[in-house]
Design a protein around this ligand. Sequence first.
Ligand SMILES: [Zn+2]
Length: 202
Amino acid sequence: MSRRLFTSRDGGDLKIIAHREALRVLLSLEDIHFMRQTHSDVVLEVVEGGEDFECDALVTTSKGVGLAALAADCMPITFESPGVVGVAHVGRVGLIKEIAPKTVSKMRELGATEIKATIGPSICARCYEVSFEMYREIIAEIPSTATSDQSHCLDLQSGVTWQLNNLGVSVTNLGICTLEEAGYFSYRGGDLLERQAGIISL
Ligand SMILES: [Zn+2]
């Protein structure tokens, strides 16, 4: 049985999200692994502890080990299956680099079946406006990110849902927009340093 949690601006049930150690204790985990996220397509398996990993997705088969993705507009995505869990940080760049499908592949190498993904608080299709040129470029590659030429906003949540559904992964989108909802950190909304965490463990 895996456990999943997404924090919010006030910490939700936690109130103490700034403190990793407090979060670890509260969740009764041996360890929580964070990432030095670089919008890469690198997926790493956590076997034992250490410094933050330089990657944008983590997977593990170890019980009691938390995996955390930080985001404030990008998508923190958790992946659950019996015996294997994963987490990914997915923004526009990570979507194009297929970090989410690569997380699924890595989980399947480790024996995962029936993977369920959950898209945490992230910027929505109404709010994620990019230049018209960038919009045309991205929707040419991933048509499900399209909204309209008039708004030239990208729907990253639909884009990653399409990628994951293609792999037979069921996706739940919490439908929380970080820019529109006051309880969440948003980079575009002016939160340049603060982040939500999406955490998963077996
Ligand atoms: Zn929105």
